[in-house]
Design a protein around this ligand. Structure first.
Ligand code: ATP
Ligand code: MG
Length: 257
């Protein structure tokens, strides 16, 4: 179970969730995506529509016992071999008001009882609030997604502190085990420096380190998002599709090991 997180907005968390999920499914892993972001972009990006009567992560996490449903009842099938627990705008109520007593462990408990998946990817909102905390309490690993900008390294330090807090209170084995540079424009010196710094700090993948790689910037990613399909479906040979495929192969090796 991997929480895909960074409190900074628009760095490529959702794009990474959608495309890694689709590629891991192509590698014949059984994949579940849980969308805990009220924006519901990984839900829509995997072509899932939510009817008013459908259960979402809101009903799984809500502090109102009478409204709550088991996680398994909220699962929908996408066209891309990936199952999805959709998000809903109502999640903002929980992000603001909190999850109530025991709420941080609610997702973790539900996931403990769930069987039938090899990988669960949890797409977190751009905040270190109640929902990211619930995702981290449920996860084994954190995948930190960064853009190669000047603030990202700070953001990663803050994410590290949040993970340490979760280790102290809810989930002692949680760690940032994967770091990915999304939306990478390798032609700038800043971007290259960020990349080199990450490899130095987190270790080369092939030496057992956490640096999973970088995903090139390409307009195909945005086009795929507009079509609500993974980039590999929209443009299978574009640089980002190839990079997500490679990252999924590397990740699958560690997951299966
Ligand atoms: N490799 C890429 N090439 C081009 N555009 C990209 C790439 N990766 C992400 N983007 C674009 O950047 C924007 C932000 O990406 P995304 O929604 O994945 O970020 P996020 O971290 O989930 O954002 P939020 O914090 O709001 O949830 C999107 O419009 C997405 O299409
Ligand atoms: Mg997102």
């Amino acid at each position: 179970m991997i929480a895909i997180a960074l409190q900074k907005g628009g760095v490529g968390k959702t794009t990474t969730t959608i495309n890694l999920a689709a590629e891991l499914a192509r590698l014949e892993l059984r994949v579940l995506v849980i969308d805990v972001d009220q924006q519901a972009h990984s839900t829509s990006g995997l072509g899932i529509t939510v009817d008013p009567d459908d259960a979402t992560v809101f009903e799984v996490l809500t502090d109102e016992r009478s409204e709550r449903v088991p996680l398994a009842e909220a699962i929908k099938k996408s066209e891309f071999g990936v199952d999805v627990v959709p998000a809903a705008l109502a999640l903002r109520k929980l992000e603001k008001g909190g999850l109530g007593p025991g709420g941080q462990m609610r997702l973790a408990k539900q996931l403990d009882e769930l069987t039938g998946y090899d990988v669960v990817l949890i797409d977190c909102p751009p905040a270190l609030g109640a929902l990211t905390e619930a995702a981290m309490a449920a996860a084994d690993d954190v995948l930190a997604v960064l853009e190669a900008g000047p603030d990202e390294v700070d953001a990663l330090v803050r994410l590290g502190s949040a993970v340490a807090d979760v280790q102290d209170s809810l989930n002692e084995d949680l760690e940032i085990r994967y770091v990915l540079l999304a939306d990478y424009e390798g032609n700038t010196k800043t971007a290259q420096n960020v990349r080199e710094g990450l490899i130095r700090d987190w270790g080369n993948w092939n030496d057992g380190g956490a640096y999973l790689g970088e995903i090139p910037h390409t307009v195909r990613v945005r086009e795929a998002k507009d079509k609500q399909v993974p980039v590999a479906v929209h443009a299978p040979t574009c640089s980002a599709a190839v990079a997500y495929r490679d990252a999924a192969v590397r990740l699958a090796e560690r997951i299966r090991a």
